[in-house]
Every structure is written in structure tokens, then in C-alpha cells.
Design a protein. Structure first.
Lengths: 270, 428
């Protein structure tokens, strides 16, 4: 139905004008068994920008994020309705292979979850299963650039064959980011990527996200208003399974339209 | 302050004197509860260890005579015959050692009684192995019969009244004269492991049982591991959660509790009756044990799969691993130590299993070790059963020795399980 990508969402504030829409969801509803977690969410995700999803706990941020690469498929009781498109293609269409989709839309989780394998193998795993390298040297190069982009290479270059689980929490999270970008995804989804990290590691990851937006489209769920303000260009405020306000981050934080957004940002609820 | 009941104190209010003393008196109660629990634990462990010690101690001490073999040295003239009569050769050699037996047939019979009934076969094997030239004389050690072995080992004492022991004074005197001639020795009895079963306790060995059990384990492993792990992976990872899979789950758990003899009946009806497989064959025994261990393997494998952290699955899926790759490359490797432990526990259970094997005839008297899966054979536990059931006194020690061997095999398997676990767990 909606083949045209650049439609305007009624009532929403204009996104950064020069960026085309990479992904969008329309009337997304998610049910966990009888319980409805999302009630008709509309959201556009502009290309090569950071979109932050904020809102109180349990409002459906993770649920929406997990719709974008169909991670909810593995939750037996979850049911997704609505239209979610990547480059105009319906990602819930039968012709779409989730394996390919997840290679295009990567994910970084709240808790760092490196594989119990070496640092090298952690990063090489994606290219390996998708057959993205020509020979061993090429694979090495992919691993190296991914680690460099994730800002981890300098710290681990001498111990690539040591277990990834032996790194510090912040390093592990950056390893997970390197693992995600090693398959050259177009979109990276991050679900509270810094919530298990200390302030210094958080700052490193935030800088990294800022770097990454030059090449990737990023959607990040965060509970930290400062973080949303620092890293994102566009913010969507979720409340009780609905988006109450979406717009440029600057405007959201300086002059929100919705009372609930204002209250949430200023810490009056959530 | 102190007259306020403890329950009505406001949360966050400063603690009163009585609150602190309440906590204190509670503390000592809690501490003594902990100490009591510790003591229960220690008592239970001491009890279990004592029982184990008594069991192992009694088995080992009864088995001692079986580990050694008492032998008589005879000087044998190698015959030049193609097919010599080894029985008369034994007699001739006895006469050489006891000249007085030359004319006295009663004495000769007495001396023959010192030797094992299987001595002639022993002699044949020794002579053929030695390759001595015909006409030459060689010294050969032949096993003594069971009562004399017991005499040598002190189980039968010359001081008990004659009518209360299996050997009379004359026999004891004969044996003692052999001892004075330095013709008696006792050596470690490798035959216990290298011989197959025999009617004569001093010659009976566990080779048949060991090889039979090894065959059984092989069949059991090859059938139950792929089937069990496959079933567990399907049930855990792919099967939809509905009434039907619940039903299967309950039945798998029930199957684990079915008495083993029932599996023997199943094997009897299915493999022997319906499929017409040979009786007493290791293949059939292995299949029966495989069916029996299947629930154990399924249950432990499912537990191991469940224990793999979901974050690893999410991580793999998140970069586009297919469901198959998630399982084969992440979940199974991480579950492997648990699966291996389950498999070895299952096999260790199976190797000691007797009842179902009796039903399919694995307690047959077989005097040669099996060379194929379809030959009649015994197993370690059924061999124990056969020996226990034999009237000859020598089989008492043999039975205990066989139990020791079974226990050693079991300990080695368990050790192996621990080593494997460590190896796979230590990877990271
Ligand atoms: N697997 C699930 N099964 C059933 N209900 C779920 C499941 N996952 C989420 N929910 C429900 O869906 C609603 C939205 O959950 P979601 O995880 O998306 O919230 P969230 O905004 O990410 O919250 P938080 O900030 O705490 O992570 C919640 O009410 C939650 O209870
Ligand atoms: Mg969440």
C-alpha cells in the first residue's frame, strides 16, 4: 500500500529536512497474548541520524524497537500488526527473510552479551555466517575496521584471541557494537546500551554513537534524558504504548508541546 | 519508647532499644538454626560414607582370593605327538613329582585333585605358547583347584576339625609336601580379566562380560545419544507449547521412572519376538539399554539447553543467525558439558543394569568372548549374577572380584565425565 516513503506524519514536527526516511512504522500494534503493549504507533526514522526513544518504564520502547528487526518473532505469545518498512519494503512481508533483515538491521542489547568465544571470533561471527568475506586476510580486515569503528581496537589489538567475556563491561558493550557493525548493517538498534556501564564507559559509547551516525541509522532506547539530548537528533516520547510526541531533540527538550513530555523530561514522573 | 509494639514502629523511624535487642535475640536463634542444619548435613554425609565404606570394604575383602592364582610347578616332557593326550600328560608329570603315585591309583587321583580340572587345557595352551622342542622337559606352572587355593590363602585352616573342612588331612599333607619342594606359588591372576567364563572358578574370567558390556555401551551410545539429544533439542527449541507437547513431556518423565525390567519385556517382545533378533546378543542388549537411558538423556539435555543464557540466543539472532545456527553454533556448544554429564550418567546407569538383560538371555553360560554384536554374550552385571548363582565356593570370591571390576569401570566413567566437563567448561 504505502510505497511512497516520504510521507508526512500528521501533527508530527518536521524531521531534519535533508534526511530521507530509512524506516517507518505505521499503526504498529503489538499484543503479548491478550495484553496490548503498543496501540497504533507511527514513527519515522530518518537515515543516518540518531533517533532516541524515551518514556517511562513499561511504555513499550523495547517492544517497538524489537519490531524493527523482528526480534519479537521469537517471543511465542507476541503478535505484531501494522506496517513497518525498511527502504519502503514491508519487513513483515512473507518474501522477507528475517536472517537477511537482521543482517541489515543490527541490534545491541541492554546487557553486553558477547559470545563465549575469542574477541576475534565475536566480531568475525556475523561476516562468517553471512559469507561476507573473500579470504582470511579480508576477514581480518573486517574485524579490525569494525573494532576500530567501535573504538576498541587499540585496547584489544594484542589479545584478539582472548575470550570476549574477559573484557570490562564497557569494553564488552563496544565489542557487541563492533560485532553488530561487522556485517555492515544499515540500521543499528540499541536498547539502553549504557545502562550497565559506568559514566566513563558511557561517555565512550556515546562518542562512538555520534561517530557511527555518519554511516548508520541508529535507534536508541534510553532512560537518560541527558543521553538522549547529547546523542540524538530526533526524539520520540512513548507513554502507555503510544507516542505522545515526536520531533527534533532540541525542540523536545527546550519546548515540548505535550504536557506529559515536559513532565517526564523534567523528572516529574517516570 | 520501649512500650511501642515492634509491629507498630514506623519504617525509617530510629530504632529503639527493644528493636536492637529483638534483632539480637533473633540473631542467636538464626545462628543456632544454621549450626543445626550444618550438623545434620555432616551426620548425613558421615552416614552415607560409612555405608559406602562397609559395602566396598566387604566386597573388596571377599574378593581378595580371586585376584591371585595359586599354581603348582610340574616338569613336563614335551610330547612329539601331533595331538597329544594332555590329560595323561598331566598325570605323567604328576607321577614325576610324586614317585609314590606310580603304582598307587588312589594316590594319583588324590594328586590330580590338587590341580584344577582345567589344568589340561592350561597345559595345552602353555605348551603351544612356549614352542619348546619335543622331547625336552619344561617347568610349567599349573593352577591348583579351588579348595587348595583356599587352603593356601588361609580361607581353609588345617586346624579346623577334619570333618568340617572340604580337604582331609592326607590332602593337606600332600599340599604341604609340595610347598616344601618349592613347587607352589601365588601370582596375580590376570585370567580374571583375560579369560572368558568357565565352569571352574579358578579359570573363570571376565573377558566375555567386559567385551559384552563394551559392545552394549557402544550400541547404547550410538542409539540413545543421537535420538535423545535430537528429541531434547526438538522439544526444547522447536516444539510448539501445546497440550500435545505437554503430554509428551509428562510421558518422557514417566518413562524415566519405569522399572528397568519392563524395558527387558519390551526388548523381549519387540527385538526377539517381533524382529527375530538372536537371543543373548549384545546388539539386542544395547538397544534395550538405549531405550532405557533415553529419558535420562532427554531430561538432562533439556535441562542443559534451558540453562544456556537467553542473552546468547538473542545476540546470535540479533546479527542474523538462523534458528539452526543459533542452536548448532551457540546453544549446543554451551550445553555440551551438561549433555555429556547426562550421557555418562545414563551410560553408567545402563552399564550396571541387570534385570532387563536377564529377560533377553544375557545370562547365558558362554565360554568365549563375543567377537560380534550378534554372538551370544554376557555382560559385567549378568556375569556377576551368574557367578553369584554358582554353587562352587571359588565363585564367591570371583563374584566379589567382578563387582570390584564393575565398580572400577563405573568410577572410571564418572571420572571421565568430570574430566570432560572440566575441559569443556574451562574453554572460557
Ligand atoms: N515477552 C513479554 N511477554 C509479555 N509481556 C511483555 C513481554 N515483553 C514486554 N511485555 C509487556 O509489554 C509492555 C511494554 O514492555 P517494554 O519492554 O516494551 O517496555 P519498555 O518501555 O522497554 O520498558 P523499560 O524501560 O522498563 O525497558 C510492558 O507492559 C511489558 O510488561
Ligand atoms: Mg526496555
Amino acid at each position: 500500500m504505502m510505497e511512497n516513503v516520504s510521507f508526512a506524519t500528521a501533527g508530527a514536527h518536521a524531521r531534519a529536512p535533508e534526511m530521507p526516511v530509512k524506516m517507518f512504522g505505521r499503526k504498529v500494534e503489538v499484543f503479548y497474548g491478550q495484553k496490548q503493549a503498543l496501540h497504533g504507533v507511527d514513527l519515522e526514522i530518518p537515515e543516518r541520524q540518531v533517533t532516541a526513544l524515551i518514556g517511562p518504564s513499561g511504555c513499550g520502547k523495547s517492544t517497538f524497537l524489537r519490531c524493527l528487526n523482528r526480534m519479537n518473532d521469537t517471543v511465542a505469545i507476541a503478535r505484531v500488526v501494522g506496517d513497518i518498512r525498511l527502504d519502503g519494503e514491508d519487513i513483515y512481508d512473507k518474501s522477507i527473510d528475517v536472517v537477511e533483515l537482521r543482517a541489515r538491521v543490527g541490534m545491541v542489547f541492554q546487557k553486553p552479551n558477547p559470545f563465549p568465544k575469542s574477541i576475534f571470533e565475536n566480531v568475525a561471527y556475523g561476516p562468517r555466517i553471512h559469507g561476507l568475506f573473500k579470504n582470511k586476510a579480508h576477514l581480518q580486515e573486517i574485524v579490525e575496521t569494525s573494532l576500530k569503528r567501535a573504538g576498541l581496537f587499540e585496547e584489544v589489538k594484542d589479545r584478539l584471541d582472548e575470550p570476549g567475556t574477559g573484557l570490562s563491561g564497557g569494553q564488552q558493550q563496544r565489542l557487541c557494537i563492533a560485532r553488530a557493525i561487522a556485517v555492515s548493517p544499515e540500521v543499528i538498534l540499541m536498547d539502553e546500551p549504557c545502562s550497565a556501564l559506568d559514566p566513563i564507559a558511557t561517555a565512550t559509547v556515546e562518542e562512538l554513537i555520534d561517530e557511527l551516525k555518519q554511516n548508520y541509522t541508529i535507534v536508541i532506547v534510553t532512560h537518560s534524558m541527558q543521553q538522549a539530548a547529547r546523542v540524538s537528533q530526533r526524539t520520540a516520547m512513548f507513554h502507555l504504548g503510544r507516542i505522545v510526541e515526536v520531533g527534533p531533540t532540541e525542540k523536545m527538550f527546550s519546548n515540548p508541546d505535550d504536557k506529559r513530555t515536559q513532565d517526564y523530561i523534567t523528572g516529574r514522573f517516570g | 519508647m520501649t512500650d511501642i509494639p515492634a509491629s507498630s514502629r514506623l519504617a525509617g523511624a530510629p530504632r529503639s532499644e527493644s528493636a536492637v535487642s529483638d534483632i539480637r535475640s533473633g540473631l542467636s536463634r538464626r545462628k543456632s538454626a544454621q549450626t543445626r542444619l550444618k550438623i545434620y548435613g555432616i551426620v548425613a554425609i558421615v552416614f552415607a560414607l560409612t555405608m559406602l565404606g562397609i559395602l566396598v570394604g566387604s566386597v573388596v575383602s571377599t574378593s581378595i582370593p580371586a585376584w591371585t592364582q595359586t599354581q603348582v610347578r610340574l616338569d613336563v616332557t614335551v610330547p612329539d605327538d601331533e595331538t597329544p593326550n594332555y590329560r595323561s600328560l598331566v598325570n605323567d608329570s604328576l607321577v614325576a613329582a610324586f614317585p609314590q603315585a606310580e603304582r598307587d591309583r588312589a594316590a594319583l587321583r588324590r594328586f590330580t585333585g590338587i590341580l584344577s580340572n582345567g589344568a589340561q587345557f592350561w597345559l595345552r595352551d602353555e605348551l603351544q605358547a612356549s614352542g619348546a622342542a619335543p622331547g625336552s622337559t619344561v617347568s610349567i606352572w599349573l593352577p591348583v583347584s579351588d579348595p587348595f587355593e583356599q587352603l593356601y590363602e588361609g580361607v581353609i585352616s588345617p586346624s579346623t576339625p577334619e570333618n568340617r573342612r572340604p580337604l582331609n588331612d592326607q590332602q593337606i599333607a600332600d599340599f604341604q609336601s609340595l610347598q616344601q619342594q618349592d613347587r607352589i606359588r601365588s601370582v596375580f591372576d590376570w585370567g580374571l580379566i583375560t579369560n572368558a567364563d568357565s565352569r571352574f572358578p579358578e579359570l573363570a574370567g571376565l573377558k566375555g562380560g567386559l567385551i559384552g558390556s563394551a559392545f552394549l555401551m557402544l550400541v547404547c551410545l550410538c542409539v540413545s545419544v543421537p535420538v535423545g539429544v535430537g528429541a531434547a533439542v526438538y522439544l526444547e527449541e522447536f516444539a510448539p507449547k501445546n497440550k500435545f507437547t505437554d503430554f509428551i513431556e509428562i510421558n518422557v518423565n514417566n518413562l524415566a521412572a519405569v522399572p528397568s525390567i519392563v524395558f527387558g519385556l519390551l526388548g523381549l517382545a519387540l527385538f526377539l519376538g517381533f524382529l527375530g533378533m538372536p537371543r543373548s546378543a549384545p546388539l539386542v542388549g544395547g538397544l534395550v539399554l538405549a531405550i532405557m537411558t533415553l529419558p535420562t538423556i532427554i531430561i538432562t539435555t533439556r535441562a542443559a539447553l534451558k540453562a544456556v543464557p537467553p542473552s546468547i540466543r538473542e545476540a546470535a539472532r540479533g546479527i542474523g543467525a538462523s534458528e539452526m545456527q543459533v542452536i548448532a553454533q551457540h546453544v549446543l556448544p554451551l550445553a555440551l558439558p551438561g549433555i555429556l554429564t547426562g550421557v555418562i550418567i545414563g551410560l553408567a546407569q545402563a552399564i550396571g543394569e541387570t534385570a532387563p538383560l536377564l529377560l533377553i538371555g544375557m545370562n547365558a553360560f558362554v565360554t568365549s568372548a563375543p567377537t560380534s554384536m550378534l554372538e551370544a554374550s554376557t555382560t559385567l552385571p549378568t556375569q556377576i549374577y551368574i557367578w553369584f548363582d554358582s554353587p562352587e565356593r571359588g565363585f564367591v570370591a570371583r563374584t566379589s572380584a567382578a563387582i570390584c571390576v564393575l565398580l572400577i569401570v563405573l568410577s572410571v566413567m564418572n571420572l571421565f565425565a568430570i574430566v570432560l566437563r572440566r575441559r569443556f567448561e574451562r574453554r572460557w
